[in-house]
Design a protein around this ligand. Sequence first.
Ligand SMILES: Nc1ncnc2c1ncn2[C@@H]1O[C@H](COP(=O)(O)OP(=O)(O)OP(=O)(O)O)[C@@H](O)[C@H]1O
Ligand SMILES: [Mg+2]
Length: 276
Amino acid sequence: MATLKPDDFLDEVEKSFVRRRKCDAREPLKTGLDLGTASVVLVTLDSEGRPLAAAQRQARVVRDGLVVDFSAARALVEELKGEVEEAIGRELRETAIAIPPGTSERDTATHRYVASGAGLEVSRVLDEPEAANLVLGLANGAIVDIGGGTTGVAILKDGRVIHTFDEATGGTHLTLVLAGHYGISFEEAEAFKLDPANRRKILPLVAPVLQKIGTIIRRGLENYPVDTVHLVGGTAATAGIEKIVGLETALPVKVSSRPILATPAGIALGALPAGD
Ligand SMILES: Nc1ncnc2c1ncn2[C@@H]1O[C@H](COP(=O)(O)OP(=O)(O)OP(=O)(O)O)[C@@H](O)[C@H]1O
Ligand SMILES: [Mg+2]
């Protein structure tokens, strides 16, 4: 991302879900596909790294980085691809993808097959924290991705990931606590959680889960002293998380301006430009 600051870039990516731009027939494109536990996101940038169009769906086709419903995942990516293609007026042929650190060759291959089955050849495979850091641009420090299923800690030194640690606690667990407390379905609890009007009600109920996430982060940082913890991933948008993680880790905590978009946008930035 040559020209924009991280927050401005993420703002533009956010806008590109609705305000999409057509592109020139010959313009090289950079596309990124994020197959997450909670949602699947496709982002296409122009040759200068400016967002053209993005599309996303809530889906449960991946769990903890592993594809659990191949044909649904493939169909979904095909749908997102069609949506972005219609918006930009061009066919997409290639994409970059990202995998959680430590994903096996075989599981990585499954991610590739999902994309290629939907008509997108995988031109590059990134590590998720590396992708997020293409947006954040940290040389040293910790990036913590708190997604739907997992909390993943990545330590960066001189711009490279030198250590990772993850455990299966994320936004899904917050939703389950709310569903249990109110005696409602997962879907109802998810909607309740995401309604800004409920922010204050939620915090005391989910605080123990946020403390657990804080403990996971503290363990991930053991033996890796850092100055600041940078949070990305959708669950990083939970009100109050900054404070709780700060107390658990005794470190300053910074939440990305649009945490849910950092990884998908970074995957697109890391893509190799593809033309016709
Ligand atoms: N504004 C918000 N406030 C709180 N939680 C949110 C918000 N927006 C999204 N989430 C939660 O973030 C989670 C999804 O985040 P994200 O898209 O980063 O996960 P993912 O990449 O699909 O999952 P994973 O990385 O674990 O595979 C969901 O649990 C969702 O409920
Ligand atoms: Mg994710």
